[in-house]
Design a protein around this ligand. Structure first.
Ligand code: 0O2
Length: 210
């Protein structure tokens, strides 16, 4: 059962998670460099904040079962790409895509998959740009390419997602009432209007700075 699997992983799989820890350290440090560079060069950085997370073992077990992936380290490595997760929050929508372009241009990362939930929001109203990438890790005697999922979104999208997550958590295992779901979709649209208006204002100020 699930609890046994979680306990087996906890006991015997410590080494399995190490490359993912390395990937998180690498990506975090890459973006800290970019942030510092932009701040010094332009006095402004597109990165509002950045968070890393390792997928929890219960969440990993749930996903492995849901995707019907065999419970072996090799199968999980080959099929689950969000064990290492990074979330980058920006102020403006344009910055989301600027960061995507930046990742695309780096020699130490490869984009495997783009899931654009800004252009195509989820039915829940969720908006974010998800990039499944591989990042290059140089160890003392090897070069590894480790998968990670980078979620990039604006502060408004992040506010909606974290609040919706909290509201849904209350209903875990149960379905949230239909009217509440509809309200959340409306709130997502409202928060997107904030993003669009902020972008408009920014463009006006950039084209007419005086
Ligand atoms: P955690 O932190 O991983 O335990 P795929 O990987 O493409 O086969 P998956 O995993 O459904 O399928 O990918 P998706 O939907 O691109 O990304 C899942 C993650 O996106 C979630 O992580 C959330 O962080 C976020 N997300 C997706 N939909 C919603 C939503 O409706 N509301 C909120 N608040 N977040 C969402 P996990 O797997 O749930 O958590």
């Amino acid at each position: 059962n699930k609890l046994d699997i979680v306990q087996t992983i906890l006991k015997n799989w410590q080494g399995f998670f190490i490359p993912y820890e390395m990937a998180l350290n690498e990506i975090k440090s890459d973006f800290q460099i970019v942030d510092l560079e932009w701040r010094t060069k332009y006095g402004y950085s597109p990165i509002e904040h950045l968070k890393t997370r390792m997928k929890t073992i219960p969440s990993l077990v749930e996903k492995v079962e849901h995707k019907q992936v065999p419970f072996t380290q090799e199968a999980i490595q080959a099929n689950i790409f969000d064990i290492a997760g990074v979330r980058i929050v920006t102020s403006f929508i344009d910055d989301v895509y600027m960061l995507k372009d930046h990742i695309e241009q780096r020699d130490d990362s490869r984009i495997l998959k783009v899931k654009d939930y800004i252009q195509n929001p989820k039915a829940s109203g969720y908006k974010s740009l998800h990039l499944v990438i591989e990042t290059k890790i140089i160890t003392s005697n090897d070069i590894l390419w480790i998968p990670a999922e980078i979620q990039i979104r604006t502060s408004a999208m992040d506010f909606w997602a974290s609040t919706e997550h909290k509201l849904n958590y209350k209903y875990h295992g149960d379905t949230i009432p239909k009217e509440a779901k509809q309200q959340l979709v409306e709130l997502s649209k409202a928060s997107y209007q904030l993003d669009e208006q902020m972008s408009l204002l920014r463009n006006q100020l950039l084209s007419n700075p005086s």
